[in-house]
Design a protein around this ligand. Sequence first.
Ligand code: NAG
Ligand code: NAG
Length: 441
Amino acid sequence: MAAVYRFLSLLVIATTLLSTTTVAEIRSTEIRSDARSTIPFDEFGFTHSGRLELNVSRIALSYPDGEPKPDLKQVGFFLCTRDAWIHVLDQVVRREISCPFQSNLIKQIFTFDKLQNSDRYDSTYNITEANLFTLVFGNCVPNLKVSMGVQSAMYNLDDKSNRRDYLSAGKTNLPWIYFLFFLIYSILAGIWIYVLYSKRLSVFRIHFFMLAVLMLKALNLLCETEDKSYIKKTGTAHGWDVLFYIFSFLKGITLFTLIVLIGTGWSFLKPYLQDKEKKVLMIVIPLQVIANLAQVVIDETGPFGQDSYTWKQVFLLVDVICCCAVLFPIVWSIKNLREAARTDGKAAVNLMKLTLFRQYYIVVICYIYFTRVVVYALETITSYRYQWTSVVAAELATLAFYVFTGYNFKPKVHNPYFALDDEEEEAAAEELKRLDDEFEL
Ligand SMILES: *[C@@H]1O[C@H](CO)[C@@H](O)[C@H](O)[C@H]1NC(C)=O
Ligand SMILES: *[C@@H]1O[C@H](CO)[C@@H](O)[C@H](O)[C@H]1NC(C)=O
C-alpha cells in the first residue's frame, strides 16, 4: 500500500501545477461591467512575422457620480511575456510605478484615451519580436467599470507564402505529429488483427476489446490531426472538434476500463468479475465522463476563460482518483495469485502469471506518472518554441504502454498441462517463496 500512497502524493503535487494550454484561435469575449485591474485573454507564441488583430466594440465605461473624469491613459490593452509580467508586478510592489502602462517592459497596444468619442476600436499590429506573449486588458482606474466586446486574433505569417498560421510557434507542427502517430496506431491495429486471426483458437473477449481501444486511439489521433490543421488554417476549431470530443471520450473510458479488466485478470484468469472489481468500474466510468466534460469546457473557453480554473481542478481531481482506482484490481490479482501459488502445486505457471502482473502494476504506475507528472514538467521547462516536445513525449509514453500491454497479454496457445520437468518446477517454487518474503504489498 505504501507505493500507492507515495504515488497519490506525487499526483496531488501535479494537481497544483496544472498546465496551461496555449490555444490560439480567433476568440471573442464579452466583458460586462468589469472592474478587475487586469484581464488576461490569450497567450500566443509569435515568430518574427507575427500579427495581432484586435477589434473592440460597444465600449461603455461607468464610474461613480461625483468622481473626477478618469485618466483613460491608464486603461487599455497590452502584450506582455510571463517574465516581464513578474518584473512589472515587482515594480508595482516597490512603488516605482503605479500602473503597468507606465512600465517599459510591456508592449502597449492601445489605451482608451485614443477612442475619441467612438465606442469601437479596430486595429492590427505587426509583432516582430519572437516571444510568447499574453494579451492583457489593464484598468488602473479604481471603481471604473468597463463593458465591451473583444475580438482578438493572433497568428504568424509564413515567410514564403505569407499564409496565416493560427497555431502558436512551437505548436505549428502538431498536425504532422498527430498524423504520424495516427499512422503508427493504424499499423499496430493491422498487426493486432493479424495476431487475432492467426491465433483465433486462443483469443479471449478481452483481445477484441483491446482492438477496439487501439482503433479508438487511432481515430482520436486522426480527428486531432484534422482539428489542429483546421485551427492552423482558419483560427477556429469548428471542423471536426465534435468528432474529436466523441472519440476522446470513448478512448478515455475504454482505456481505463481495459486497464481495470486486465488488472482483474478478466478472461485470462477468470471468466467473471468480482463485486469489488465491478465497483471499481462503476467508479471509474462515471468519473471519466466528468473528466471528459471538464476537458471540453477547458478547451472551449481557453486558458483564461471564466470557470476554466475550477474545471481544471475538477479534471485533475477526477483524474487522480481514476488513476489510483485502476491500481487496486492489479493489487488484488497479485494477492490472489500469491495465495493460489501457496495452495495449488503449479509453481511454474503461477510464477509466470505473478511476474507478469507485477510488471503490469509497475508499468501502469510508470505510464500514469509519466503522462501526468513528467509531461507537465517538460511543458513547463521547455521554451515555448519547443512545446511540441511534450506532446511527443506523452504520445511516445502512451505508445510504449500500448505496445507493452499488447505484447504481454497477446493471445497465447495456452496449455494447462504444459509439461515441465521437476527441476524447473522446484526452481519456480523457490523463486515464489523468495518473492513471498520480499514483496509485501
Ligand atoms: C505590417 O506588415 C505589413 C506587411 O507584412 C505591412 O503592409 C503593414 O503596413 C504593416 N503594418 C504596420 C502597422 O506596420
Ligand atoms: C476586425 O475587423 C476587421 C474589419 O472590420 C475584420 O476584417 C477582421 O476580421 C476583424 N478581426 C477579428 C479578429 O475579428
